[in-house]
Write a protein that binds this ligand. Structure first.
Ligand SMILES: NC(=O)c1ccc[n+]([C@@H]2O[C@H](COP(=O)([O-])OP(=O)(O)OC[C@H]3O[C@@H](n4cnc5c(N)ncnc54)[C@H](O)[C@@H]3O)[C@@H](O)[C@H]2O)c1
Ligand SMILES: CC(=O)N[C@@H]1[C@@H](OP(=O)(O)OP(=O)(O)OC[C@H]2O[C@@H](n3ccc(=O)[nH]c3=O)[C@H](O)[C@@H]2O)O[C@H](CO)[C@@H](O)[C@@H]1O
Length: 427
């Protein structure tokens, strides 16, 4: 049972964009007593939320949304309405133009245009979407010509897979276009955030968010470069990283088939677009983007041919989530198909995927190799029986694990030859 608080002080909040971020945020505000209007231009999305009929791998999200709707505090619709506060959670993808990557602000600009008719003097707008430094100030310049509004950027920092916990417990950084805006935004977040809330200016808050994700991207790039080096000189990168991490000040991240998702794989480009000094950041991005092709080469080396049937396990951008945006699997599968391979993808977690998905049986039937691209619990937990059934169907008992998560002993017992990305067996 969801307990509904009464900290909202009768304030009305319009949350624009009800995706991975907007829906939990709108629901959280509703159960804390605000009168919330959740807005999404996608009619299908609004309908599935109203009917509590959406797919999610996020723990407890369905219960939270149900509680919010049943409390009468959350209404969802396709058009905005008058409110005291507008919180914007629309996508900010990366677009490529003449070889230059930059933030696509079209969804944000459209969202602002759509709320304009409802804005009144004294309203507060909070942008949660991730944006390049300077964007909030630019928007303020335009909006403040007609009305006295307050504007703040409060970047969202929750980790997919653990969203509801982090939404409450994470510290927040709020950057206002002026002090009053930041203070007003703080009043909203402190109704449900148990972490600390830090106030700054809008441009700094924008940069803070990008720095966090860039820090992680660069560190993953280092792990991926170590994997390539270890393959080249015959060392198992996983063992080497584990031992290096025994040092008190070393914490190397994990190599893998590449970096995906709507955040880490794109946000560093928003710094690159703003500064010619972003050299390490750009190199790290390119290195992580090179990993899917590295995986394809490893597959060809293992099966010792340039064609055949590949069974892919896991197409989401990481384990135990349903999101396939910018997923390394998209590039691995695309490249294999371009080169003439037959590819079958199996992933029961994925919400959707650009290539067709199939059953486990269909994926492994006649496969030359199985390739694990996402660390879903299901693949960690295959038992002897499950592996035996797979072994009966495949053509060659070969498996490449790009995440180092499968139970090697059990697969070897089932007759499989196991390869792991970065294991130094550059066959
Ligand atoms: N997904 C994450 O884990 C995460 C974490 C932190 C920050 N962010 C940032 O939050 C923002 C939103 O990301 P997301 O993953 O929730 O995206 P999403 O695609 O899951 O959801 C965005 C929603 O906005 C809707 N939308 C688009 N334009 C609209 C408009 N004009 N009016 C109303 N609705 C509109 C879309 O239909 C969609 O349902 C992005 O800037 C992202 O970088 C995301
Ligand atoms: C700084 C930070 O923590 N930011 C988080 C991040 O969330 P995320 O889900 O995108 O982050 P990750 O879990 O790191 O995954 C990203 C990709 O990197 C691969 N990866 C990961 C670790 C590793 O050692 N080796 C890897 O190869 C992984 O498979 C996947 O493809 O951005 C959100 C939006 O801005 C933030 O809100 C959220 O706090």
């Amino acid at each position: 049972m969801i307990k509904v608080e009464k900290n909202g002080n009768g304030k009305r909040i319009c949350v624009i964009g009800l995706g991975y971020i907007g829906l939990p945020t709108a629901s959280m505000l509703a159960i804390h007593g605000f009168d919330v209007i959740g807005v999404d231009i996608n009619e299908k999305r609004v309908k599935e939320i109203k009917e509590l009929n959406f797919k999610t791998t996020e723990k407890d999200l369905m219960t939270l949304v149900k509680g919010a709707i049943n409390s009468g505090n959350l209404k969802v619709q396709t058009k905005p309405d008058k409110a005291d506060v507008f919180i914007i959670c629309v996508p900010t993808p990366c677009v490529e133009n003449k070889g230059e990557k930059k933030c696509d602000l079209s969804y944000l600009n459209k969202a602002i245009e759509n709320i304009k008719p409802y804005l009144e003097n004294g309203n507060l707008i909070i942008i949660e979407s991730t944006i390049p430094p300077g964007t909030t100030d630019e928007i303020y310049k335009k909006l403040s010509k007609d009305k006295k509004i307050y504007l703040a950027h409060c970047p969202e920092r929750v980790l997919p897979g653990n969203i509801l916990k982090e939404l409450v417990e994470n510290d927040r950084v709020i950057g206002g276009v002026d002090e009053k805006s930041a203070e007003m935004a703080k009043e909203i977040y402190e109704t449900f955030v148990t972490g600390k809330i830090y106030l700054t200016d809008a441009k700094t808050a924008e940069m803070v968010k990008l720095m966090e994700n860039t820090y992680r991207d660069v560190n993953i790039a280092l792990a991926n470069e170590f994997a390539k080096i270890c393959e080249e000189i015959g060392i198992n990168v996983w063992e080497a990283i584990e031992l290096a991490n025994k040092h008190p000040r070393v914490n190397i991240l994990k190599p893998g088939p590449g970096v995906g998702g709507h955040c880490i794989s794109i946000d560093p480009w928003f710094i690159v677009e703003k500064s010619k000094n972003a050299k390490l950041i750009k190199t790290a991005r390119e290195l992580n983007d090179s990993m899917p092709l590295f995986v394809v080469e490893k597959i060809k080396n293992i099966i010792k041919k340039d064609n055949g049937k590949v069974a892919i396990f896991g197409v989401t951008y990481k384990g135990n989530v349903d999101d396939t945006r910018e997923s390394p699997a998209e590039k691995v599968v695309g490249k294999l198909i371009d080169e003439g391979f037959e590819v079958k993808c199996y992933d029961k977690y994925a919400r959707d995927f650009i290539f067709p998905l199939c059953s486990l049986d269909e994926a492994v039937d006649g496969a030359d190799i199985i390739v694990v691209l996402a660390e879903h619990d299901e693949y960690k937990n295959f038992n002897e029986e499950g592996i035996k059934n797979i072994a009966l169907k495949v053509k060659n008992k070969l498996i490449l694990d790009t995440k180092n998560i499968i139970n090697r002993e059990l697969w070897e017992k089932g007759g499989f030859k196991v390869y792991v990305l970065g294991d130094g067996k550059n066959v």
